[in-house]
Ligand binder design. Structure first.
Ligand code: C5P
Length: 221
């Protein structure tokens, strides 16, 4: 028997990488598979929540009963998330996506061509919106959870990031080899301190995380 800890709740998530185009056939992305994000989405659904996932390019299957909105770029992800929040109340927002920090500012509508002896093209970058921080600042902000992949001093950097983003809970990926893997190890950081969730499958970590979120959520009116 699995208690329906999120019954009556609406959860919005981001998952996967983003893809920032350079020209019609090229772009910049990262190694996020979307596995952790979709595992959290599935766990939220199993806990009884209504779940919407805004996903960057990811081959992960859509969990049963979960609504999926596919996007490509960080700006599209940002717009889709804000559109969902404008359209209705959400209790929880979990930002699992590995959003590109920068997009290509000098996108070329035609395919860049190499010319014999010519200089390689120079890319210019513009900063993408921070989706999580923007959601956390909204007056109607859901209860927000962020993720962090820090290469060093996860505890201190994670705690600082939690405050900077203005979220009650930040989940640190312990170690850097989590991308695309089945297993992970997490550090939960909240205002009172941190707690380690030891190495386990992303599915079982997601279930533990959902229990932690449910325990911290303000009661339903
Ligand atoms: O600042 P950093 O990228 O390390 O923060 C990671 C957290 O912020 C993740 O939860 C990620 O989904 C979220 N994020 C976001 N929009 C961005 C960058 C990160 O929502 N542009």
């Amino acid at each position: 028997f699995v208690p329906k800890r999120l019954a009556g709740r609406r959860v919005l998530l981001t998952a996967g990488p983003t893809f920032e185009p350079i020209d019609p056939v090229r772009g910049i992305t990262n190694l996020s598979s979307g596995r952790m994000g979709f595992a959290v989405a599935r766990a939220c659904r199993q806990a009884g929540a209504e779940v919407v996932v805004v996903a960057g390019p990811s081959g992960q299957p859509t969990p049963l009963g979960v609504r999926r909105i596919d996007v490509t770029t960080a700006e599209q992800m940002h717009r889709a998330v804000m559109g969902q929040l404008d359209a209705g109340r959400f209790d929880v927002f979990v930002a699992v996506a590995a959003v590109a920090d920068w997009r290509v500012a000098n996108y070329s509508a035609s395919k860049l061509k190499k010319s014999e002896g010519g200089a390689p093209p120079a890319l210019e970058f513009a900063q993408n919106p921070d989706i999580l921080a923007t959601v956390a600042r909204r007056p109607d902000a859901p209860w927000c959870v962020g993720f962090a992949a820090e290469s060093e001093d996860l505890e201190a950097n994670g705690a600082a990031k939690r405050k900077r983003k203005g979220v009650p809970l930040l989940v640190g990926n312990i170690g850097h080899e989590t991308f695309g893997r089945d297993e992970n190890e997490l550090l939960l950081i909240d205002a009172t301190g941190s707690r380690r969730l030891p190495r386990a499958s992303k599915d079982s970590l997601a279930a533990e995380l959902v229990a932690e979120i449910a325990a911290r959520l303000p009661a339903l009116p």
